[in-house]
Design a protein around this ligand. Structure first.
Ligand code: YYY
Ligand code: MG
Length: 153
């Protein structure tokens, strides 16, 4: 089976702005395989685990109140070099710094409303940790996509 798994989430602003389908489509069209998905509202406890690394940062309280402010669409993608490829499609953290053509560069204008979360490829194991935080192993489906023989040599 091809590649690694990575965690992605359409944040509350992306859900409210009707961007779930658009965002998912970009990854699907690239060839990244959706292997799990869940629509939920994050509670304080899950938010504090998910953003534990930012606990001491000045923006932490705003970040937690934003991420718990409305439903999110969390999903798992699988494919070659998935974590790094997804990050490059998501763009820089600050949408004002994100290149056009990236999700944040096409849909955002504010650091605190940057539409999407994706596991950090520079943080070893972040993808697996974040997947485990949101999904049980049995929520993830192992299957072959019909185009895989044309996507991979
Ligand atoms: O991984 P990524 O989402 O690109 O950025 P992080 O540095 O992990 O920060 C998480 C989240 O926090 C970011 O998406 C927006 C918010 N944030 C902020 O509001 N102000 C900052 N100075 C840095 C990050
Ligand atoms: Mg991060």
């Amino acid at each position: 089976h091809h590649g690694e798994r990575t965690f992605v989430m359409v944040k509350p602003d992306g859900v409210q702005r009707g961007l779930i389908g658009e965002i998912l489509s970009r990854f699907e069209e690239r060839g990244l395989k959706v292997v799990g998905g869940k629509f939920l509202q994050i509670d304080e406890e899950l938010a504090s685990e998910h953003y534990a690394e930012h606990e001491d940062k000045p923006f932490y309280d705003d970040l937690v109140s934003f991420i718990t402010s409305g439903p999110v669409f969390a999903f798992v993608l699988q494919g070659a070099d998935a974590t790094r490829q997804v990050r490059s499609m998501v763009g820089e953290t600050d949408p004002l710094e994100a290149d056009p053509g990236t999700i944040r560069g096409d849909y955002g204008l504010d650091l605190g409303r940057n539409v999407v979360h994706a596991s950090d490829h520079e943080d070893e194991g972040a993808n697996e940790r974040e997947i485990a935080l949101f999904f049980d192993e049995e929520d993830l489906v192992d299957y072959e996509r019909i185009d895989e023989t044309w996507l991979y040599e």
